[in-house]
Design a protein around this ligand. Sequence first.
Ligand SMILES: Cc1ncc(C[n+]2csc(CCOP(=O)(O)OP(=O)(O)O)c2C)c(N)n1
Ligand code: SF4
Length: 299
Amino acid sequence: MSLDYVKFTPGFEKFMPKEYRDLVEHGPFGKKVGVPQMGTFKELLEEHPMCAGCAMTLFIRLAVIAFPNPEDTITVGTAGCGRLALSQAAIPFVYGNYGDTNGVASGLSRGLRLRFGDRPKDVVVMAGDGGLADIGFSQVLHSWLRKERFTTIMLDNEIYGNTGGQESGMTNRGVVLKMAPLGKKFDKTNMVEMAKVAGCAYVARVVPSKPSRVASTIKKAVLIAREVGPTYIQAYTSCNIEYGIATDKVLEDAKNVEDERYQFSEYITEEAKQYLAQQHEYKEYQVKPSVNKPLEVGA
Ligand SMILES: Cc1ncc(C[n+]2csc(CCOP(=O)(O)OP(=O)(O)O)c2C)c(N)n1
Ligand code: SF4
């Protein structure tokens, strides 16, 4: 990542808050960073206002590390918990109105392609389940149907966390919440299948229990969206406050939920596989030439 993106205007450094100076001094800029280096640099302002132990913050940290071209990646967020961390990450961020993220991202992605041509500028929507599966649902679906080339990441905490615990389309049937005391009467919306039907080129469901897998999934999704078509990642990012998960049990909960009902899944179209096969680090997608045995004469 280039240092040119984050530097102080001359004379202003001494007025900047300490945590901002920390981000500039110890951020990922100018370094090659990956999951193994996590904790040795800052990809997020230390004083972000997410609740302690929130899995969403861990996931956002991983996403920022995973982006293939972070200095030229623009995240689009909206009202909801995630933007409290996203807007303080070491990459450009645009705030879309609640429900409007995928419309904003469509315009942004098209505009950036016109303006910068072949120089890749990746656009990634990251928003809550309420923002994407309920209030922004029609924009999400239409961006997929129109084959808009950007990635949509749902931070699925299965609740409206930021407004104190209403049920969302992604809440599981029967779950009783602070502001849904009668229990949810419908099933969790199957956004993963809808993404496939609507034409996404890559769809994955992840839990932040295995950081390297999360990072490689996000990287693939962003690369495929750059050239092939829309991509969708649905990430279980529990709300420890509203679901009453003790801070030190957040990762244990993630592992249990992954085993019980949120298994890793990955779908990739043939076109997307062919595209990845052209990138040197994706050897697994390269079709190996079939070795024909010479015909035995006289057999
Ligand atoms: C147009 C609009 N409607 C409603 C709201 C109020 N609002 C703010 S955050 C939020 C819920 C967010 O839930 P979700 O999208 O699931 O994200 P989470 O907070 O759970 O991460 C709502 C309804 C708003 N800011 N703007
Ligand atoms: S309310 Fe829930 S989702 Fe929001 S920051 Fe707190 S723990 Fe995370």
